[in-house]
Design a protein around this ligand. Structure first.
Ligand SMILES: CC(=O)[C@@H](O)[C@H](O)COP(=O)(O)O
Length: 259
């Protein structure tokens, strides 16, 4: 894999050259514009409630060539999420669904069990299900068995900008799960996005880190560069780490060892 044109993100049978996805939550025209223009996002999530009123209809701000990823935010259990997903498909005409089942209002932790239940139903109905989850290998396997098109583990709680708090658990998913792993929530800095991509994540979803930056377009560009750099480093195959001692980086043979 040596050229950018060959390195596409594939979700179900859809391909994308960008591996940065704009998450939902803090929406503004500036944020969407920066995500598309400077971060080169080709997928933007959309909460159903943000399409509810004509004045605030987020669909009006999203360019036509960008894939809308409706989400089920606000759902506390599988039943609510399934209902929201069906409505979202009616409104957006998109089979994509970012499945969010979040009963906990303090830490906004997803309910993995309810998420598996909703995935089973929605995948059978032809949705391209992209479930948000607390990184856990057994749940990820169940999601894939249930028909999930991707798995979206959280890096840290939504909106915290704390970075890769769940790094080791995410690495297990990257190593063991055969659908795209998209890191979602908590990515606060481009360096954290680059690290996740170097680990082998397939894409990054973020919102708050850009929305809360002083210069949103500049931060969007920084995210694009970081995601691309991390991906290239992953494909390049990072060199090994020496845990103890040191290894001279240039051969010492033939060099005088005198002080
Ligand atoms: C589940 C959820 O709401 C996230 O996808 C959010 O859109 C992005 O999380 P951050 O705002 O922490 O980047």
């Amino acid at each position: 894999m040596t050229t950018d044109t060959q390195d596409l993100l594939t979700i179900a049978d859809h391909t994308f050259s960008s591996r940065f996805i704009l998450g939902s939550g803090k929406y503004s025209y500036d944020l969407i514009d920066a995500a598309v223009t400077h971060a080169k996002a080709q997928i933007i999530t959309m909460a159903l409630r943000r399409t509810a009123s004509a004045e605030e209809n987020i669909l009006n701000f999203i360019p036509k060539d960008v894939t809308i990823l409706p989400n089920t935010s606000g759902s506390s259990n599988a039943e609510e999420a399934i209902r929201t997903a069906r409505l979202a498909r009616e409104l957006s005409g998109s089979d994509f669904i970012k499945l969010e089942v979040v009963p906990d209002k303090k830490y906004l932790m997803p309910d993995n069990e309810e998420t598996v239940k909703a995935t089973e139903v929605l995948a059978k109905e032809g949705f391209i299900v992209m479930p948000y989850m607390l990184p856990d290998l057994n749940t990820a396997r169940r999601l894939v068995d249930a028909g999930a098109a991707t798995v979206m583990p959280l890096a840290a709680p939504i909106g915290t900008n704390k970075g890769l708090a769940t790094k080791d658990l995410i690495q297990i998913l990257i190593d063991e799960i055969n659908v795209p792993i998209i890191i979602d929530a908590g990515i606060g800095r481009p360096s954290q996005a680059a690290e996740a991509m170097e680990m082998g994540a397939d894409a990054i979803m973020a919102n708050t880190s850009m929305a809360t930056a002083k210069d949103i377009p500049l931060m969007a560009e920084a995210f694009r560069l970081a995601v691309e750099a991390g991906r290239k480093a992953y494909l390049a195959g990072p060199g090994r780490v020496i845990e103890h001692g040191a290894v001279a980086s240039s051969p010492l043979a033939g060099v005088s060892q005198k002080a």
